[in-house]
Design a protein around this ligand. Sequence first.
Ligand code: SIN
Ligand code: FE2
Length: 199
Amino acid sequence: MAEGAVLLRRFAAPMQDELRDALREIASAAPFRQMVTPGGFTMSVAMTNCGNVGWVTDRRGYRYDPIDPDSGKPWPSMPPSFRALAARAAAQGGFANFAPDACLINRYEPGAKMSLHQDKDETDFDAPIVSVSLGLPATFLFGGAKRSDKTRRYRLTHGDVVVWGGPSRLFFHGIAPLADGEHPLFGRQRINLTFRKTV
Ligand code: SIN
Ligand code: FE2
């Protein structure tokens, strides 16, 4: 896709049942919720997290927090299967020994989107971002280091994994509004797991 960025087609598909079961458990302990941006907009994507810290946004800003603000409890721990999948994908993308401490879980229902942004709330930019797509297909927009750089569109389908790091670690990216559909395993939604090493 770019220097430091690869798209691994169907990489996570063999683990789909395991991932679905783990996701169900995580979401029962830390339900998906639509968070509010610092500017006061409610995001169309519903989110939860697992791992040592979770990405959150509210009127105070964006940050990683060890506590789920909705429950007052730590986020569910990252299942070993998630950790292993992320490390294998990163290695395939040329990043050895990826040890994520956070997994943001995004749930897109039809119409939900994610505007162009950089992942820059981490303090470690040496580690890549590993992003796993499950369920309905989506259009991933992948640009460059500047917001104004031209974006390319990639159709991400169930099981696809994108790894970006090194020269493309801070590249702008986003998701176009999700088209309606029905996935045999995940139903009327797309789930995205985004693994990060925050510190
Ligand atoms: C994100 O950038 O956090 C999400 C990307 C995606 O849903 O594929
Ligand atoms: Fe992102």
